[in-house]
Design a protein. Structure first.
Lengths: 367, 193
């Protein structure tokens, strides 16, 4: 007998939803038969705002596009401006940028640990990992003055040089986090509740993944080694030694494992960068921001963020303000077309579990 | 950078030049190829790139308002997962009643981009099926990402000040009154009158 169909609205305010968005579900019993993503609760019009601000003023708002990981926004914005203008960036600044991006990646994954385990009812994990994330935020505070929003990577380089004693402090933090990874494994990956919840849930078809626009850890969780840092190297990633972990499976479990292996790679990257960092200038000074014009042209730049490929399409008409800045976040595909398709046939209790595994982030969808 | 390094980029451009009528095309730099086409060539070029040339990933789609030319420029960005090249297809449509072909049968995620561009710029996509509203709910004004939509004017007309601020006094003026301090010149410049 066919069960009665019911409509369920999850969100926009719901502890299981990763931000302000709504998933409208058609359920029969516990099984989802149709899912629709509704957005519009968080539209702040960043792209429109940037058209009214000069190049430097726009830089101060891009980090607000993503709360958990603002740095890829800053880096993308700066690199797009530099590409159109042809501005050189000092080598030291590139190393500092990579370090900032990798620290941000670790911090985002630690926050993700909390979301992913919390949506399975394992709340201790989040207490530990979000607590440990604070050590990285401490590093950011030393480096940039801000804990969450940094406004640090700007066109021409970075805003400040490393403070005194930063290298030692960062290395100590990395040693500590590396030890903690084993604790996390015991708490989460060896936990049979998590294993049972994660294995075989939210499976992405490997053959269709690239065509569907899947990027980042969900794509690598399908066994496809794809990473912007290797495919379209930026900053100094081509001079660094790291691996891109990928695992066959395509479910929540492999996506979680891929992220777990990436934390270790990022820790190694931070160590390498601190070791190889050259001396010299960290900033190629820009002219007076009020009179600063960028030659006409356009650029599309990409960064591998913790959730996947992050891109900026920027157009300049030769004036002192951007003509158009279009932000492409991975959630634009993951949160709408992919999520709507993945949820069909799944249990209603797994909605936030799957959303967390995809890294859905509504601010990227609406901007 | 030697010519040899751009071999794959140039290969695509040569193929497309033979097959289609292009309005322009260039290798922008390593890993970036760009062509300009008429709107009616969009579907053939994208299908050819996907099915015959290996540009299987749809990375991005964007729209730029060139109000002085009376045109919108729509950019499709594809990605070759093996050769690692980004391919830009650009086209221009009129700002008044501009229509473009729908491409969500080629890549289904293009549906989201098209819905957003329809809502934010007012470009229609022939045969686009999908919910009318994407971000804006009950929007009756001009599509807001158009250059002639003035955000400040719209806010001044639509919203009113919260009660208790009827005097519309700048907080700096309060400070000045309270402390008898002269406002510095740079602060005066931005005051309300």
């Amino acid at each position: 007998m066919r069960e009665k169909s019911t409509t369920l609205y999850i969100g926009p305010q719901h502890p299981g939803i990763t931000g302000n968005m709504m998933v409208k579900l058609q359920v029969e019993g516990d099984t989802i038969v149709k899912a629709e993503t509704h957005v519009g609760y968080l539209h702040r019009g960043f792209e429109k705002l940037m058209e009214r601000r000069n190049w430097l003023q726009s830089f101060t708002i891009v980090c607000r596009i993503c709360v958990p990981e603002p740095d890829p926004n800053e880096e993308n914005y700066s690199r797009a401006v530099e590409e159109i203008e042809g501005r050189e960036v000092p080598e030291r600044a590139k190393y500092i940028r990579v370090m900032t991006l990798e620290l941000a990646r670790i911090a985002t994954y630690l926050l993700w640990y909390g979301g992913q385990s919390g949506s399975a009812g394992l709340l201790t994990m989040g207490q530990w990992s979000v607590g440990d994330r604070n050590y990285i935020l401490d590093l950011f505070e030393d480096l940039t003055g801000g804990r969450v929003y940094h406004m640090y990577i700007w066109p021409g380089g970075v805003r400040r040089d490393l403070p005194e004693g930063f290298k030692e402090k960062a290395l100590r933090t990395m040693d500590y986090l590396e030890k903690r990874l084993d604790d996390y494994d015991k708490l989460l990956f060896e936990n049979s509740i998590f294993q049972k919840r994660a294995k075989g849930v939210g499976i992405i078809d490997k053959n269709k993944a690239i065509e569907w626009g899947v990027v980042g850890p969900p794509l690598r969780g399908c066994g496809i080694q794809s990473d912007v840092r290797k495919d379209d190297p930026y900053e100094v990633y081509d001079k660094l030694d790291f691996e891109v972990p990928a695992m066959e499976g395509g479910d929540v479990w492999t996506r979680a494992l891929v992220r777990r292996f990436e934390i270790r790679q990022s820790i190694n990257l931070v160590r390498q960068v601190l070791d190889k960092m050259p001396g010299g200038e960290y900033y190629n000074k820009i002219p007076n921001p009020h009179k600063w014009t960028i030659p006409a042209g356009d650029a599309f730049v990409k960064t591998e963020s913790a959730r996947g490929e992050f891109g900026y399409y920027m157009v300049s008409d030769g004036g002192n303000k951007p003509r158009r800045v279009h932000v492409k976040g991975p959630a634009y595909v993951h949160g709408i077309t992919l999520l709507e398709n993945l949820l069909v046939g799944e249990n209603v209790a797994d909605v936030s579990f799957i959303m967390n595994s995809l890294g859905t982030c509504p601010p990227e969808i609406e901007r | 950078m030697s010519e040899n390094n751009l071999h794959n980029e140039q290969k695509l451009l040569n193929l497309l030049e033979k097959k289609f009528i292009l309005k322009g095309g260039s290798v922008r730099r390593e890993r970036r190829v760009e062509v300009k086409v008429e709107p009616k060539e969009i579907v053939p070029v994208l299908l050819y790139a996907k099915e015959n040339s290996g540009y299987t990933a749809f990375t991005h789609m964007s729209c730029v308002d060139w109000i002085e030319d009376g045109e919108f420029e729509v950019v499709y960005i594809l990605w070759h997962p093996e050769e690692k090249i980004n391919f830009f297809v650009k086209t221009r449509v009129s700002r008044d009643n501009g229509t473009l072909p729908n491409i969500d049968f080629i890549w289904r995620q293009a549906n989201t981009y098209e819905r957003e561009i329809r809502e934010m710029f007012g470009i229609q996509f022939e045969g686009l099926v999908g919910r009318e509203e994407f971000i804006l709910e009950d929007w009756e004004h001009m599509p807001p990402m158009r250059r002639d939509f003035d955000t400040v004017k719209f806010v001044e007309k639509t919203y009113f000040e919260r009660p208790g601020r009827e005097d519309a006094k700048d907080v700096r003026e309060y400070v000045q009154e309270r402390t008898d301090e002269e406002l510095p010149d740079f602060a005066k410049k931005y005051s309300r009158d």
